[in-house]
Design a binder for this molecule. Structure first.
Ligand SMILES: Cc1cc2nc3c(=O)[nH]c(=O)nc-3n(C[C@H](O)[C@H](O)[C@H](O)COP(=O)(O)OP(=O)(O)OC[C@H]3O[C@@H](n4cnc5c(N)ncnc54)[C@H](O)[C@@H]3O)c2cc1C
Length: 427
């Protein structure tokens, strides 16, 4: 049986794990990149690689993916009323995202990590190996044993590494579940986020989307469930009715058929709350750390960014790695995640409040300043936003949000788990 020791064992080679492995390997660390899947593999996703993810690729000297560019977006209210959210080049990111399948995107990134020197390992991290009660590596489903100075959990929202290391407080986590399908004959001019009320004033606790895809549309529906993971199945059940709604409001041309195209679902862990990102020699990155944006479901950029931060924290030296990583993560995301985690937690389970808020937002979006500020705020693009009215509105929303959420239990939990961000506020 093979037994190997490395500097870092990265469990999961999605965007988070591959980025971490790439940076570690380039930095001279001996790193193993494990995944239970055989690549290329698919992953349920809207396939939207956002502006900050594209910038990270640039920063790492990697090519950007090819695919339809997505700049401005529509937000469509329950009654079909639309707001156009403008996009703009930031000072530190491009003014668009790119639609690309996860089969292609994740495989390319993993390939780059292997090119940089990461060791490819196929197998499920099945059984933690412990020394003095601390995780020292994993026995894989193949029987191989991989031990390491640091274990990096990049194994997605339902991370086994996070659970084994005791880093998740399940009843505090903001869970979501989303299901996506492809409609091959659709042409999407403008990507759309869709708020939906299956019956009047009873808003669906989540949203749907229609995004461009190579040769068609990527369409999906996501639900926020807080701690109730049984409720995730509602997104799957509701998808046919939601597709009818998309047709009724003119967002897809073809009436949906009784037989749905193949669809794939996945869990989202949002808003950082409930997951301590690092302790001792275990670091969590990407969805494993619960970094998905609670307002619009983006997670690829956060996955890649946290992968880089974890790798840099480790390369900086052997002591205080978990503390360094926690502080870096807090500086990057806490100002935004605190506000939006509290907002999501307060709204789930209150369909009338969501219905009222969505009407208010759609009405306010008639103002260009508000629509632009909204686009900057909810895409977590304030840091690096170009000066102007849109930035000012997003900064005002952030200031207001910080004040309103500062004394909540969620804010206190985040402070305790990550420590107060030492970075100056992003406005
Ligand atoms: C339906 C849906 C739509 C989404 N749309 C978007 C979008 O349009 N844009 C966006 O930015 N984000 C989107 N997200 C979020 C995005 O998919 C995630 O944030 C992103 O995939 C996180 O990357 P990751 O590397 O942390 O985890 P993952 O991409 O989930 O990768 C985890 C990897 O770990 C492996 N793994 C798991 N357990 C083990 C184990 N025990 N042993 C070995 N390997 C293991 C898995 O095989 C997998 O390859 C969406 C999510 C869903 C569910």
């Amino acid at each position: 049986m093979r037994r190997t020791r490395v500097d870092a064992l990265v469990v999961g080679s999605g965007p988070a794990g591959s980025t971490a492995a790439l940076v570690l390997a380039r930095g001279g660390a001996r790193v193993a990149l494990v995944d239970k899947a055989t690549f290329p593999r698919d992953k349920a996703c809207g396939d939207m690689v956002g502006p900050r993810a594209l910038q990270l690729l640039d920063d790492l000297g990697l090519p950007r993916p090819e695919g339809p560019h997505v700049g401005d977006m529509l937000v469509v209210g329950p009654n079909g009323r639309r707001v156009r959210l403008p996009s703009a080049d930031g000072l530190t990111y491009p003014g668009h995202g790119t639609a690309v399948t996860r089969t292609e995107f994740d495989d390319t990134l993993r390939h780059e990590a292997l090119e940089a020197g990461a060791l490819p390992v196929q197998g499920r991290a099945a059984e933690p190996l412990e020394v003095d009660g601390r995780i020292d590596g994993y026995r894989l489903s193949t029987g191989e044993e991989w031990r390491a100075d640091f274990v990096i959990g990049a194994d997605g929202a339902t991370s086994g590494v996070a659970a084994t290391a005791g880093l998740v407080e399940a009843d505090r986590v903001l869970w979501g579940f989303a299901v996506r399908t492809y409609l091959p004959r659709e042409v999407v001019d403008l990507a759309a986020i869709v708020m939906w009320e299956p019956s009047p004033w009873q808003a669906f606790p989540g949203y749907g989307w229609v995004f461009p895809a190579e040769g068609g549309a990527n369409v999906g529906l996501g639900i926020a469930t807080r701690g109730d993971r049984q409720a995730g199945a509602r997104a799957v059940r509701a998808l046919p009715e939601f597709l009818d709604h998309l047709h009724a409001v003119g967002l897809v041309a073809e009436a949906p058929k009784a037989e749905l195209p193949p669809r794939l679902g996945g869990w989202l862990k949002m808003g950082m709350v409930g997951t301590t990102p690092a302790r001792d020699r275990v670091l969590l990155i990407g969805d494993a750390a619960g970094l998905i944006n609670p307002l619009q479901g983006e997670g690829i950029a956060q996955a890649m960014g946290s992968g880089r931060l974890a790798a840099e924290s480790l390369l900086a030296g052997p002591g205080q790695v978990a503390e360094r990583y926690g502080a870096a993560l807090a500086a990057a995301h806490l100002p935004y995640q605190q506000i939006t985690a509290v907002a999501q937690g307060a709204l789930v389970g209150r369909p009338r409040a969501i219905a009222a808020l969505s009407r208010l937002l759609i009405a306010a979006g008639a103002s260009d300043s508000f629509a632009g500020g909204w686009a900057v705020f909810w895409n977590e693009l304030l840091v690096g936003a170009p000066p102007g009215r849109h930035r000012s509105v997003a900064a005002a929303l952030t200031r207001m949000g910080r004040t309103m959420t500062a004394r909540t239990a969620t804010a206190r939990w985040l402070d305790a788990a990550l420590g107060q961000s030492k970075a100056p506020p992003p406005f």
